[in-house]
Design a protein around this ligand. Sequence first.
Ligand code: HEC
Ligand SMILES: [Cu+2]
Length: 365
Amino acid sequence: MPLFRGAKRWMILVTGLLFASILLAACGEGSPSILNPAGPVARDESGVFYIILIIATIVFVGVEGMLIYSVIRYRERPGSPNPRQIHGNTTIEIIWTVVPAVILFVVLIFTIQGLFSVAAQPAGKTVEVEAVGHQWWWEFYYPEYKITTADTLHVPVNTVVHVTLYSNNVIHSFWVPELTGKTDVIPGHNNDKWFKADKTGTFLGICAEYCGTQHANMKFDVAVDNNDSFQTWVSAQQQVATQPTSGSLAQQGQKIFQEQCQSCHGIVGVDMKSYQDPKVSCDSPTAACLVGPNLTHFGSRGFIAGGVLTNNANQCQPGPDIVQRCNLAKWLNDPQGIKPGNDMAIGQLTTDQINQLVAYLEGLK
Ligand code: HEC
Ligand SMILES: [Cu+2]
């Protein structure tokens, strides 16, 4: 039946393609992997994964091997006699209860060992960070340095970073696959964790707990700097915002900011005297708790609005077509179109206003 054979070949091809697409989906550019650890916490976690993978592979090959062997070796042949009829076998039943229990116990030992080593924060110099999960972006406050930022978490290399996790809304989950596993960010229950990066670079962080429609656009970067550039970054962030030169586009942008944006955004030196601890300001009835990210040094960040766009400042020269080139202009032109449902509700800005705001905000290095 050639028709049937053709259909069968198609079935095999389609199934193969489906499986390949599932596998290849994991190879997307820029998707971080827990199997590519860049620090001790992530290394311990991927270690547990490999141990379990090895044990599971041995069990799989053993069980499937015996199954396939039995199917072939004891298959029915013409003229073969009826097999001997048995009703259970106590010895075998004990074996197949005890062996898996022992295997699971071995897995448990490695898991508990992993849990303890991930929980034990090493002594020594630590950078403290408060990470606040908003809907839908991450805010980072450094109590020691009194600075606030969003979207990009800067940390020094080879240094323990201790993160306390806060939420005032729903449950989020803090996950940087190459540096540390997931920890839930629960309103009213402040979890904490530590991690350390042993090489410089940028590592993608993700919210790993469904927290509303824009959950997938709640990303952040961990920028691991060497100690000098981290200190330089901290000193720069501690400065009040750059004051635009009078008569410049940026100065007009600052005016629009003061009229239309500062009810939700803070800029130190414009509408704020200093950074506020977001956890304290949001809990205290007197201090203002701002809805949007602090923009004091917005120009130094790589992401816009939880990573829904990258901050491609080099494309942001003013001009009539700015909305086609520059992601910040795209965002200001239509924040609800780019990230539907987010809390930035503004009226439509003109191209002139966008040019001015972009000149102002990208200048806030
Ligand atoms: C009603 C409150 C509100 C107003 C008014 C508002 N914003 Fe926002 N803005 C937000 C929120 C909330 C976010 C974060 C949205 C998200 O990522 O889900 C945001 C994000 C941003 C970001 C990205 C910041 C970052 O670090 O990712 C920029 C830039 C920005 N707003 C600029 C402006 C400008 C300029 C204005 C005035 C024209 C303005 N916003 C008015 C609430 C507001
Ligand atoms: Cu979230």
